[in-house]
Design a binder for this molecule. Structure first.
Ligand code: HEC
Length: 123
């Protein structure tokens, strides 16, 4: 009897502790690995997944929810790279901050910055 109560207690603690871990990065599908300085960042592998998970909900083709343009292909993103970085770098919830729902992890923003620094490669 005593042992089974103890077991239930451990089970309860285990269940609670396994539910309570929620970091910001768990909520976002994009990899939050730090930027590796030895690998060049490119659109297809690095930038496109960020756009797909955080931007094309509105910046689709055609754009919806008041978004002024699409960000679905290389040329659209390439052309707007610096304004994308600027909007993503704004503080969470600031007017014009992208995405409007909240700032993405710093490592994601760093990836866009590194893509620009590496020359905005497509592949
Ligand atoms: C919920 C819808 C929504 C999502 C998601 C969203 N945007 Fe926007 N975006 C808008 C709207 C609406 C505007 C126009 C208002 C403004 O400029 O703030 C806009 C404007 C912009 C602009 C400036 C346009 C200009 O006139 O120069 C950029 C750049 C931008 N978004 C990039 C992004 C990026 C990058 C993401 C993803 C990280 C993103 N947006 C996600 C709705 C969205």
């Amino acid at each position: 009897m005593k042992t089974s109560k103890l077991f239930l207690l451990f089970l309860l603690i285990f269940t609670i502790s396994s539910c309570s871990y929620d970091s910001e990065s768990d909520l976002i599908e994009v990899s939050t690995d730090p930027v590796d300085p030895n690998i060049l960042v490119n659109y297809t592998d690095d930038v496109l997944p960020i756009m797909q998970s955080a931007c094309i909900g509105c910046h689709s083709s055609p754009p919806v929810n008041g978004a002024p343009f699409a960000l679905v292909n290389f040329s659209q993103v390439d052309q707007r790279a610096s304004s994308i970085l600027n909007r993503m770098s704004l503080q969470s919830g600031a007017p014009g901050a992208m995405p409007p729902s909240g700032r993405l992890p710093q490592s994601t923003i760093d990836k866009i910055q590194q893509w620009i620094a590496d020359g905005q490669l497509e592949n």
